[in-house]
Design a protein around this ligand. Structure first.
Ligand code: NAD
Length: 422
């Protein structure tokens, strides 16, 4: 049995595990083999042959289209369903045809409701912020709802006209400034969707001994959708994790009842006892605060659109697109797809200069997800060493004072050699 499976809410991982992978288009063919070699070596060093990964290629994107005439063959979906976990390189977005985005199709089909993006800084990597060592966040972006549901109508179409007529005639809406020329979009945000996302974020904070969870929202303007997300998030924290959390809504209640000093004392007591502080922040303020005081934030739980902006800003603060890993996860079923967060980079494809670290750090996330920490730690330590010495691909090395630009394969070999020392 080489498949990961779920038993009573827990992942069961065999020592010889099969992991389906999508090589990816463009630079995918360069980064995927480099990452697999590093991971294989790290697993071998950590477990001395007791554990291993068997990589099983499945097709998607341009390569799939060339070989099968389909962008996302059913066999690929079936492999992800069956093996629970998988990893993917970047995919070309098909132009025309039925599929809007392969990534969205994968996420929707497996109901991967968490987009997890850990953001940390590696010493040596040049950052636009003064104290990048203070950036250590874990973004939980809701992946299935919000304005990303794709429910929208273009201005001038009969559908947009009909939708506006419904708003005006049935709902008494009078606030559309230019109704004749407006496009319309719908933003669904549900209790279940919000709660399962926040629940996962709090569980993650507990498992990783992290100090806080911040609910990032625009509830000051969008009271029922984003405001609902905040309210339901606090409900999950208090009703399901009351023993382990202290929330800012509790703080506000205590402040009203007992005064600010006593409320602060209660919070300090909860923090001393190792409870997780659950707080909230309005998204625009959050984007400023993360630049000014990133140390105030640890786990972030947010809606889909906010999460998109937040992920990119935070990634830029620690070195940008070539080094930001990600995963799409359903913690209830265990399904998880780890992925390079950048695109196919056609402008540098085939030149042996692409940075493999986004996919490599996603592989590290995969190892952590299946509980193979000893292998994960080796890779992270090897990266720390390489970056500390200025050894990196050109996208990072060019900004390092001691930068030594390396080709993708050369960098991969360097990391393999550093694993032994780790
Ligand atoms: P891109 O991420 O491919 O490239 C943007 C810029 O970043 C380019 O200058 C590129 O050279 C650079 N870059 C990206 N990854 C890098 C890396 N690992 N190392 C060094 N430099 C790197 O975005 P794009 O050009 O807008 O999109 C190209 C194609 O990729 C499109 O078809 C798009 O739809 C697709 N795409 C796929 C994904 C995905 O599969 N997750 C994500 C984004 C874009």
């Amino acid at each position: 049995m080489s498949k990961v499976y779920m038993q009573e809410g827990q992942l069961v991982v065999p020592d010889q595990v099969t992991v389906p992978f999508i090589e990816g288009d463009g630079v995918g063919a360069e980064i995927t083999p480099v990452c697999q070699k590093i991971v294989n070596e790290a697993v071998e060093l950590a477990y001395q042959g007791r554990r291993s990964i068997e990589w099983k290629e499945v097709l998607a994107g341009g390569k799939a289209f060339e070989q099968t005439g389909e962008w996302l063959p059913e066999a690929t979906m079936e492999a992800f369903r069956e093996y629970l976990i998988g990893i993917k390189g970047p995919l070309t977005t098909p132009v025309g045809g039925g599929i809007r985005s392969l990534n969205v199709a994968l996420r929707q089909s497996l109901d991967l409701y968490v987009c997890l993006r850990p953001v940390r800084w590696f010493k040596g990597v040049v950052s636009p912020v003064k104290e990048p060592q203070k950036v250590n966040m874990h973004i939980f972006r809701e992946n299935t709802e919000d304005i990303y549901a794709g429910i929208e109508w273009e201005q001038g179409t009969p559908e947009a006209e009909k939708f506006f007529a419904f708003l005006r005639d049935e709902m008494g809406v009078t606030k559309v400034r230019f109704p004749e020329t407006s496009s319309f979009g719908v933003k669904p945000v549900s209790v279940e969707g919000s709660k399962r996302l926040v629940r996962s974020a709090i569980q993650y904070a507990l498992q990783h001994h992290l100090p806080s969870v911040t609910l990032v929202h625009k509830g000051n303007i969008m009271k029922f959708t984003e405001g609902g997300f905040k309210r339901w998030g606090y409900e999950v924290a208090e009703q399901e994790f009351g023993e382990y959390t202290f929330t800012m809504s509790q703080f506000d209640r205590l402040k009203k009842e007992l005064g600010e000093e006593s409320a602060r004392a209660c919070m300090a007591d909860a923090v001393n006892k190792g409870k997780i502080v659950v707080k909230d922040c309005i998204c625009d303020a959050f984007l400023q605060n993360t630049l000014l005081t990133p140390e105030d934030y640890s786990v972030i739980a947010t809606l889909n659109l906010n999460g998109d902006y937040v992920s990119d800003q935070l990634a830029a603060m620690v070195g940008g697109i070539g080094i930001a890993p990600g995963a799409n996860i359903n913690y209830q079923t265990g399904h998880a797809i780890f992925e390079a967060t950048h695109g196919t980079a056609p402008n540098i494809a085939g030149k042996n200069v692409v940075n493999p670290c986004s996919l490599l750090l996603s592989s590290v996330m995969l190892l952590e997800y299946i509980g193979w920490q000893e292998a994960a730690v080796r890779i992270t330590a090897a990266l720390e060493k390489a970056f500390g010495r200025g050894e990196a691909t050109p996208d990072l090395a060019r900004f390092m004072p001691n930068g030594q630009p390396m080709g993708t394969t050369e960098f991969g070999e360097k990391i393999v050699s550093l694993l032994v020392e780790a």
